[in-house]
Design a protein around this ligand. Sequence first.
Ligand SMILES: [Zn+2]
Length: 143
Amino acid sequence: MTPTRWPAELPSTPPTKTRSWPHPPMATAIGRGLLGRCPACGKAHLFNGFLRVVPACDNCGAPLGSARADDAPPYITILITGHVIVPLLYMVDRMDEPPLWLMSVIFLPLTVLLALGLLRPVKGGTVGLMLTLNMLKTETDPA
Ligand SMILES: [Zn+2]
């Protein structure tokens, strides 16, 4: 029985993925995603609903719908919202100590609106980041 030479059986270089869509720099892709445009080409819409990403870009064919952002956009949105709302809440409370009902009337809607307003751009930016990190699946990728 011949011993298996495990490292020698591995390919010397990983198979290169062929991508037919543009590869912008990371900041460009994230910026395009933040604006709701295709992170690859910047010429087509990224969303076809409030948070639903188009299956593929109409202009360049990037498989944007295969980006599984999962919980990253809500996590980042909560992080940003918390870092804006909590200091404001603390400052207003320390300045004048307004009644609780007034604080609730001001900060509950502000929190909801800020989170809803940030969620879509943050998801777009996340898809842009995923594009530059080669995290989009192609037809040739294994399932
Ligand atoms: Zn595109």
